[in-house]
Design a protein around this ligand. Structure first.
Ligand SMILES: Cc1ncc(COP(=O)(O)O)c(C=O)c1O
Length: 382
């Protein structure tokens, strides 16, 4: 059989987690907490499971949850989304990204992505027959050069994918960035996918700037969020997409034939939990800032050079004082020999356009303090 994705292997997250398991290493690679989701959320899950919420929910998600989502984005981003026609619950942000990409582009179109980029974007683009145009975010700031973006636009450009807070760099976009983007696509037939799954993890008194809060961009964007990240429940694979009615109509045409709908009782539990415990989301930035600060303080005496992490639960580090090896080799060595798994950046880049010298790896700090302590002790001994 001819492969549709001949250069795609198993994602680096699975590869590194498996290597960590095999070598009994502390897993700071894949982005999932080693602590559980809130007790009350689990109680509500059990309740709805036992209450018979076990059949197909509506295709776009249960209305109770969509109403909660609409209320939330109104409070946070001053954006009015119609829960009937503009909010869709999906099976993870990965599904939402896939649906939004397939709704937006087809063969011959071009899609601008910024490398290092989350690894699901390029394969989803390739499956539509469109071409990903990879623009690099340059170290050490990893910010977007908007002049470079405007030069990359052609009459085939139909979509730009942004991600803030950014995985793996931990950077965040500002209102000035969104204004630059809006200006570039003004009067053009170009849509935006805004991957905002780490919306609640923004540190140092800065605020997440959503495309939904931008009057121009909110009309042209698919804004994607993940319950998995916010509620420490990555295994639930539940997320949502907010987009204007006409965009949502096309989005749902894909969604209904990719998964049709998403888990029923978890949606009921989340709808109740969002009503009962709004502070969970609103306090998440403080929770993760404390973890970031703790992890960074533990690594202060190590030979790793830390990049500032303004958002997400990832910390990028430069290991060039420890090794000259390529990042994939170094990450393997670190897992096998030092007992700590990390994610190399190479898989986040277009293989034809790798950075000349990448000595960065990504650690995930959404872990118990004891895990961070043990991992840091190993890392400081290098
Ligand atoms: C930037 C980014 N987008 C999307 C996803 C996928 O989220 P989900 O688990 O909800 O599919 C992730 C998960 O790590 C991510 O880091």
């Amino acid at each position: 059989m001819k492969s549709k994705l001949p250069r795609v292997g198993t994602t680096i997250f699975t590869v590194m987690s498996e290597l960590a398991r095999k070598h009994n290493a502390i897993n700071l690679s894949q982005g999932f907490p080693d602590f559980d989701c809130p007790d009350r959320l689990r109680e509500l899950t059990e309740k709805h499971l036992n209450d018979g919420k076990n059949q197909y929910p509506p295709m776009a998600g249960i209305i109770e949850l969509r109403e909660q989502i609409a209320r939330k984005v109104n409070n946070l981003y001053n954006h009015v989304a119609d829960p009937e026609t503009e909010v869709t619950v999906t099976s993870g942000a990965t599904e939402a990204l896939f649906d939004a990409i397939h709704a937006s582009v087809s063969h011959g179109d071009e899609v601008i992505v910024f490398d290092p980029a989350y690894d699901s974007y390029a394969p989803a683009i390739a499956l539509t027959g469109a071409t990903p145009i990879h623009l690099k975010l340059d170290a050490p700031n990893f910010s977007i050069d908007w002049t470079r973006v405007s030069h990359a636009i052609t009459n085939r450009t139909k979509l730009i994918i942004i991600n803030s807070p950014h995985n793996p760099c931990g950077t965040i976009l500002t209102l000035t960035d969104l204004d630059s983007l809006a200006k570039i696509i003004r009067d053009k037939d170009i849509l935006v996918i805004s991957d905002e799954v780490y919306e609640h993890m923004v540190f140092d008194n800065r605020k997440h700037v959503s495309v939904l809060s931008h009057s121009e961009l909110s009309l042209k964007s698919f804004a994607i969020f993940s319950f998995g990240k916010t509620y420490h429940a990555t295994g639930w694979k539940l997320a949502y997409c907010i987009a204007a009615k006409e965009l949502t109509r096309e989005f749902r045409k894909i969604h209904q034939f990719v998964t049709f709908t998403s888990n029923s009782f978890l949606q009921y539990a989340l709808a109740d939990f969002m009503t009962e415990c709004p502070e969970h989301a609103s306090q998440l930035h403080a929770f993760y800032q404390k973890k970031r600060d703790y992890f960074c303080s533990l690594l202060a005496t190590s030979k790793f050079k830390l990049s500032p992490s303004s958002g997400t639960y990832f910390q990028l580090v430069d290991y060039s004082e420890i090794s000259e090896a390529q990042d994939t080799e170094f990450a393997d060595w670190l897992t096998i020999e030092a007992g700590v798994a990390a994610i190399p950046l190479k898989p986040f880049y277009d293989p034809n356009n790798l950075p000349h010298h990448s000595h960065f790896i990504r650690f995930c700090f959404c872990k118990d303090d004891s895990t961070l302590r043990e991992a840091s002790a190993r890392l400081c001994s290098l």
